[in-house]
Ligand binder design. Structure first.
Ligand code: 13P
Length: 250
């Protein structure tokens, strides 16, 4: 069976200034326009850069996304950004339920599920993040934690839509540690089963990205694992050469 194209998304987190558009992003674009990628690529900069990044990436070689959104369309929510605002700025995707938001802002599965509805309402592709902590893995709970996060964070509205799941073990984020390929295969298979448990046949099509210390040296092996439909890349997506190498490894 032919595999569909991989989805490689960079999460810039709270990094990125205008200078990065003429630096790293320009370098990525020059390379990708000279030799088109065989993947679907996206970059999720801070909200302040979305509009300018969309303008810098004319021709859509790389899609641009947000890192979070509120559930509401608009209103008295100081500091908030709605899915409609991201779409209005030119975003086509949005990361939801990242572990940094779950941990730092106490985001629950139920809230993430509501945000998924908001993203779909605005026409954005939700990228829904799940993943266990080190303590949960050591307690043998990785599969059950991920299954429960998936059952709680998805929304009935996802069936038939353009969306992705991202498995990001919390202990692998920004640490240089990665699960073994066998551990990745185990969780991705369990994640697929939970997606189908939650959405029926509608849970089969969405790609499952792996995220957590993906770099040019490990990308090829990770992306070749069964049920790994792409990667969600943090630190390495800030450097043009590294992000391009990951794109070329897919
Ligand atoms: P790193 O690639 O820096 O480990 O970050 C992963 C991540 O959190 C992407 O969302």
């Amino acid at each position: 069976m032919k595999q569909s194209v991989k989805l490689i998304v960079g999460n810039w987190k709270m990094n990125g200034l205008a200078a990065d558009l003429t630096g790293a992003v320009a370098e990525m674009l020059a390379d990708l326009s000279a030799r088109p990628a065989s993947v679907r690529a996206g970059l999720c900069p801070p909200a302040t850069l979305i509009d300018r990044m969309v303008r810098a990436i004319e021709g859509g070689l790389i899609e641009v996304g947000g890192q979070d959104c509120r559930v509401e369309t608009k209103g008295a929510f100081t500091g908030g950004v709605s899915a409609e605002m991201l779409a209005d700025a030119g975003a086509t995707m949005v990361i939801l339920g990242h572990s940094e938001r779950r941990q730092e802002f106490g985001e629950s599965d139920a809230l993430v599920s509501e945000k998924v509805g908001a993203a779909l309402r605005a026409g954005l592709m939700p990228i829904i993040c799940v993943g266990e902590t080190l303590a949960q893995r050591e307690a043998g709970e990785a599969v059950s934690v991920v299954r429960s996060q998936i059952l709680g964070s998805l929304s009935d509205q996802l069936a038939g839509q353009d969306w992705a799941l991202a498995y990001e073990p919390v202990w692998a984020i920004g640490t240089g540690l990665t699960p073994t390929l066998e551990q990745i295969a185990e969780i991705h298979a369990a994640a697929r089963a939970a997606m189908v448990e939650r959405l029926g046949e509608g849970g089969r099509a969405a790609p499952i990205l792996y995220g957590g210390s993906v770099n040019p040296a490990n990308a090829r092996d990770i992306l070749a694992v069964a049920e790994v439909g792409g990667a969600l890349v943090g630190g390495a997506s800030l450097k043009a050469a590294d992000f391009l190498a990951i794109i070329r490894a897919a």
